[in-house]
Every structure is written in C-alpha cells, then in structure tokens.
Design a protein around this ligand. Structure first.
Ligand code: NAP
Ligand code: ZN
Length: 346
C-alpha cells in the first residue's frame, strides 16, 4: 500500500478538501501511474453533490486521468515505466459472467467505476484522479498518442469517448446532419469529432456567446435555443441529435428537429425525469436513445483517431485548490471548455 494525496468530498454539501489515503497494493497485472493531469467532468459535480443518489464518501472524484507509468507488475506487457497512460471512467469490469462483452463492457454488470464505487472485492473503495497516483489493471489503462498536448488529452478519456461512441454507433459521417446540444465539455468534443468524421455539425446552444468558437472548432451552423425562431427554422433537419445538457430541458422541442428515422441520443444525465410526448416519436419513426462513455477498445480507437487528426480538448488549467471555484463556474456554463487540474499543485 502506498499513500496518495488528493482532494475529496466528505459529504454532499461541503467543498472538496485535501485528503490523504491509501492506494491498493499493485498486483502482477497492474500498473502504477503518477497522475499529471485530471479533467473536471460535470458528472464529478453530480456525484460530489449526490444528485444521482448513489454517492459514497469520502469521494475523490476524477475520471479523465493522464499520467506517467512509474511501476509495472511482472505480467504487464503493454506499458513500461516512463510511458504515458490514461484512465477513464472505469477500472475493472466483469470478466467471467455470460454477458461478458469486451466491445461494450461499459453496459455489462460488474463495472467498477474509477471512483464512487468498490473494487471487484466489493469492499475496497475506488478513488479517482484528483490525486497524485493510481493503481490500475493494465487492461483498463489507455495508451496516449505522443504527438498530442498531454494536459489537453485528459478530457478525451470521458468527454471525448462519450461523444465518439454515439457518433460512430449512429454512423455520423459525410452526408449526415448532426446537432450537438450544449457547447460545454462534452459538446465541444462532439463538434470537433463530428466534423473530423465528416458530418455537418450544428451547435444548439442557449445563446450565441460561443458561436465564434463553435465555428472555429468545426461546426457549420450555430443557433441559440433561447430564440423560439430556431425551433421553427430547424424543424425536421437532423439525422442525429446528441444532447449533452446536464439540466432538464424540453426534449419534445428537440425531437421535432429530427428528420424521419432520426435519433436523439441523451448523453447528459439531469437529476430529474423529463416527460416525452409519444407523437414526437411515432410521427416520424424517430428514436430517443441514450449512450454511456465507450468500451476500452473503442476508447483506444478514439485516442488513436485523435492522434491522427490532432484533436484534443480546449482546456483551462487550474491549481488543485481552485477546484471548488471551478465547479461553480461549470454550473454557470462559464468554462472554455474543460477545466484540467495540474496535479503537481496538490
Ligand atoms: P458542461 O461542461 O457543464 O456542459 C453542459 C452544457 O449544457 C453547458 O455548457 C450548456 O451549454 C448546456 N446547459 C447547461 N445548463 C443548461 C440548461 N439549463 N438549459 C440548456 N442548456 C444547458 O458538462 P459536461 O461535462 O459536458 O457534462 C454534460 C452532462 O453529461 C452531465 O449531465 C454529465 O453528467 C453527463 N455525462 C454523461 C456521460 C455519458 O457517458 N453519457 C459522460 C460524461 C458526462 P451552452 O452554454 O452551450 O448552452
Ligand atoms: Zn465524465
């Protein structure tokens, strides 16, 4: 066991504070990573504040982790000390049950989240990336392309794969019209990745304040959803709508923007349910679906794709002690476009 330093939430109403804890002892198939950078995902805020009702405290959040491998177990083949490595939203999954499926293991039972969960033994808590080190099975660690800015790759581990996976699954590409709702941490990655895959991307943001950025990142069109004219102008326009909004919005209004056979995919996970009218779906054979991160295999594919296309996140680097202030800014949509913690400041 080794001591790690980080920041933790001790209950739903308190700010994050410094926290020292023990990392589990590495096994033969584990690697130890010196964490260098850790992204702040809106899911961290939902969980710190127990908005999904499943929080375990103390909680060290963080599932957009990149760092340098400092030690490897004797059975490790993929990494050596000194390599760059990343860790995303889960650190283990079921490897025995009948429904094991390595191309979509994120949907199988037995998934071990990077934090706010327990290791496969059911009792060792998992702690995330707002810390200086992590121990992880090599099969759940990702290789980071060397040509990419290191800090700006951290958000690819959640925001990147969460957009890449539905873009691929719903076959976004040339000739497809894709709308990204919400130009935040997830949304701006949707713009970059959708454009790189060849789709025509439209951003649907609350206002036009980030329009210039959206067009620069690869969007062809940019509309403000607070303007009711937007919903008239774009009725029946899109093959695919990726909704990254973290709050309750009128999904019926967005469903009306789909072409026949179009799909709206929920990525944002608001606290409360949102009612949907059946007519919005049946009158056009439209689908309302959801999607959660991606498998390890698909995450590596996404990272390699980003390496080839030189895609990283737009980031604002912060010190560890600025994390509580950063949370408030995320809640106000005041982030361009992902906060990344420099863990050297812990
Ligand atoms: P974020 O950076 O806060 O972005 C969310 C964006 O939604 C904001 O930038 C804002 O964009 C828009 N928005 C916020 N409140 C709104 C409101 N009341 N009405 C309309 N639009 C609003 O958050 P994120 O890190 O991208 O995460 C977004 C959501 O995805 C969270 O719920 C998170 O838990 C979830 N998530 C899901 C997965 C998954 O696997 N499905 C993975 C990661 C995160 P504009 O300013 O452009 O309007
Ligand atoms: Zn996340």
């Amino acid at each position: 066991m080794a001591l790690a330093r980080g920041y933790a939430a001790t209950d739903a109403s308190k700010p994050l504070q410094p926290f020292t804890f023990e990392r589990r002892a590495p096994n033969d198939d584990d690697i130890v990573i010196d964490i260098k950078f850790s992204g702040i995902c809106h899911s961290d805020i939902h969980q710190v504040r127990n908005e999904w009702g499943n929080s375990i405290y103390p909680m060290v959040p963080g599932h957009e982790i990149v760092g340098i491998v400092s030690a490897v177990g004797k059975n490790v083949t993929k990494f050596k000390p000194g390599d760059k490595a990343g860790v995303g939203c889960f650190v283990n999954s079921c490897t025995a049950c009948a429904s094991r499926d390595l191309d979509r293991e994120q949907y199988m039972p037995g998934l071990v989240p990077t934090y706010n969960g327990y290791e496969a033994d059911g009792k060792t808590p998992t702690y995330g990336g707002y810390s200086d080190s992590i121990v992880v099975k090599e099969d759940y660690a990702l290789s980071i392309p060397d040509n990419l800015d290191f800090a700006a790759t951290a958000p690819l581990l959640c925001a990147g794969i969460t957009l890449y996976s539905p873009l691929k699954h719903w076959q976004a590409g040339p000739g497809k019209k894709v709308a990204v709702v919400g130009m935040g941490g997830l949304g701006h990655m949707g713009v970059k990745l959708g454009a790189a895959l060849g789709a025509e991307v439209t951003v649907l943001s609350q206002s036009l304040s980030k329009k210039e950025d959206g067009l620069k990142l690869g969007a062809t069109h940019y509309y403000a959803t607070k303007d009711p004219e937007t919903f008239k102008a774009l009725a029946g326009s899109f093959d695919l709508i990726l909704c990254t909004v973290s709050a309750e919005i009128d999904w019926n209004a967005y469903l009306s923007l789909l072409k026949p056979d179009g799909a709206m995919v929920l990525l944002g996970i608001p606290e409360n349910p949102v009612p949907v009218h059946a007519f919005g779906l049946v009158g056009g054979r439209r689908s309302l679906a959801g999607s959660m991160i991606g498998s390890i295999k698909e995450t590596q594919e996404m990272l390699d794709f980003c390496g080839e296309h030189n895609i990283v996140s737009e980031i604002e680097m912060i010190r560890m002690d600025q994390v509580n202030e950063a949370y408030e800014r995320v809640l106000k949509s005041d982030v361009r476009y992902r906060f990344v913690i420099d863990t050297a400041t812990i």
